[in-house]
Design a protein around this ligand. Structure first.
Ligand code: ATP
Length: 237
């Protein structure tokens, strides 16, 4: 599959701290690409850089063959890059239906937002049941599904997710991972950062392992999940 989104030699950080020390990642169209690694490795920073929330100091970001390094976050949303940040961040007072409507805020996605809401309810039946409920009253798992569905409402071509299973009970986390696979099977391109290494490698096509601001391993997820050093370091096996 051709590459849809890639970072080449990406360097980024906060103030004096350089977090990404020249990162190369490539997310193939129609695939799930997982980024794993220990705490503080720079995974969230990489996602923020891909989405344009954090400018690169060196290196470049290319989207569908076009250099988007200089494009701001809101422009990249219009381009088709959506980030579902860690912690879900739904507005507590808006209902599920209102939140979904708000997700279709780019000129391209405004058209046809109503049938798209229906599609989201098909993908996440639980959201249909809760459509008139305020987002703040949903369970953690439901909020994560809502954040994901809101991201999809902007008609992204690539969906980036930071820790979608964080704080969820195992059954809820499973539902989120199943939904990601379903979305990928419908043709979406997904990049996901996860603490739950086993689940991430189970649903991903390709995976990157980051340590201390660098990619230390990458390859087919199925190969990494069977690799003794990965199993020992990240799966506790
Ligand atoms: P985790 O799994 O713990 O979220 P991560 O791999 O996603 O880790 P990042 O969140 O990218 O790692 O953080 C990488 C480093 O950058 C850490 O040392 C962190 O303390 C630092 N950092 C992150 N955000 C900021 C910020 N806004 N200002 C200063 N330092 C930051």
């Amino acid at each position: 599959m051709p590459t849809l989104l890639e970072a080449q030699g990406a360097c980024a950080g906060y103030g004096e701290i350089e977090v990404l020390g020249g990162v190369d990642v490539s997310i193939a169209a129609g695939s799930i690409t997982a980024v794993i690694g220990s705490n503080g490795a720079g995974k969230s920073t990489l996602m923020r850089s891909l989405a344009g929330l954090l400018p690169l100091r060196r290196g470049s970001i290319r989207f569908d063959g076009v250099d988007v390094t200089a494009r701001r976050a809101h422009q990249r949303v219009s381009d088709g890059i959506a980030l579902v940040p860690e912690g879900r961040l739904v507005f507590p007072d808006f209902t599920v239906a209102e939140t979904l409507r708000m997700g279709a805020f780019t000129p391209r996605s405004r058209k046809g937002w109503q049938p798209r809401v229906e599609k989201m309810y098909e993908l996440f039946p639980r959201l249909r049941e809760r459509r008139s409920t305020q987002a703040g009253l949903l369970s953690g798992g439901e909020q994560q599904m809502l954040a994901l569905a809101r991201g999809l409402m902007s008609l992204p071509r690539v969906l980036l997710l930071d820790e979608p299973s964080l704080g969820l009970a195992p059954a809820m986390a499973d539902e989120v991972f199943t939904a990601l696979r379903a979305i990928r099977d419908q043709g979406m391109t997904i990049g996901v950062v996860e603490q739950n290494v086993y689940a991430a490698l189970s649903i991903a096509d390709t995976a990157y392992v980051m340590e201390d601001g660098h990619v230390v391993r990458h390859g087919p997820a199925a190969a990494l999940i069977g690799d003794p050093s990965i199993r020992q370091a990240y799966l506790g096996l």
